[in-house]
Design a protein around this ligand. Structure first.
Ligand code: E4P
Length: 226
């Protein structure tokens, strides 16, 4: 499983990268707009925090193929390192995915709401396919079922693309997605931190701590004893 952070907030990214096994960061126009800072500063800061070896997926803003491709080139030059351009699965986007993949650029096909969109993007050459789980669940769909169908189609048709589950609002959605065999997820920092939270873990650790201090004294660690 590749875990990615779905955010453009530098402090949140810094904290997650420090604590967790993070493979990369993903952004989209909405996520970037929330920071109220110049795009160049945001991208530069994210790259500085995650280093060159982690993936940075940044999305094009245009709606026509030609401008999407030009934006992808500009982003690639500017961001450097392991850069993956996010391109939506509109008709012009599908063409951009094909042309960018043909020239060797790594592409994440985004705004996927159906298995057919994902299959076509994979055939066009996308490396990652990002189905929007919560947005489907919100309208009575089943986001994880769509993701599971995509995983199945990739296997049956022997396509090398990976599913990058996106748009999560709770831990159960991430769990269901992981059970589908999807290879990666991108999760906003608040939900990301909840992935490992459990009240019984907290109370268990508090008990260990209390028992230890009672037996060996306040503030003592193993380093004081061995
Ligand atoms: C990531 O690639 C998507 O842009 C993102 O997860 C969408 O999330 P949202 O549905 O919370 O806006």
């Amino acid at each position: 499983m590749l875990y990615m952070i779905d955010s453009a907030n530098i402090e949140a990214i810094r904290r997650c990268v420090d604590l967790y096994p993070v493979a990369g960061v993903t952004t989209n126009p909405t996520i970037v707009s929330r920071e109220h800072r110049p795009l160049a500063d945001i991208l530069k800061d994210i790259r500085a925090v995650i280093g060159d070896d982690r993936m940075l997926h940044a999305q094009v803003s245009a709606s026509d193929t030609e401008t999407m491709i030009a934006e992808a080139h500009r982003l690639n030059e500017f961001v450097g390192g392991e850069f993956i351009v996010k391109v939506p699965v509109s008709a012009p986007g599908m063409k951009a995915i094909r042309l960018l993949s043909q020239e060797g650029m790594r592409v994440t096909a985004t705004a996927i709401l159906s298995a057919q969109q994902a299959l076509m993007a994979a055939v066009a050459g996308a490396e990652f396919l990002a189905p929007y789980i919560n947005r489907l669940d919100n309208i009575g769909g089943d986001g994880c079922k769509v993701a599971a169908d995509i995983v199945h189609l990739l296997k049956v048709h022997q396509l090398p693309a990976k599913v990058l589950g996106a748009s999560f609002k709770n831990v159960q959605q991430v769990q269901d997605l992981a059970m589908s065999g999807a290879q990666s997820v991108t999760v906003a920092p608040d939900v990301f931190e909840n992935l490992i939270r459990h009240p019984l873990t907290d109370s268990g650790l508090a008990q260990f701590h209390a028992d230890w201090e009672q037996a060996f004294g306040e503030g003592k660690t193993i380093l004081d004893m061995l």
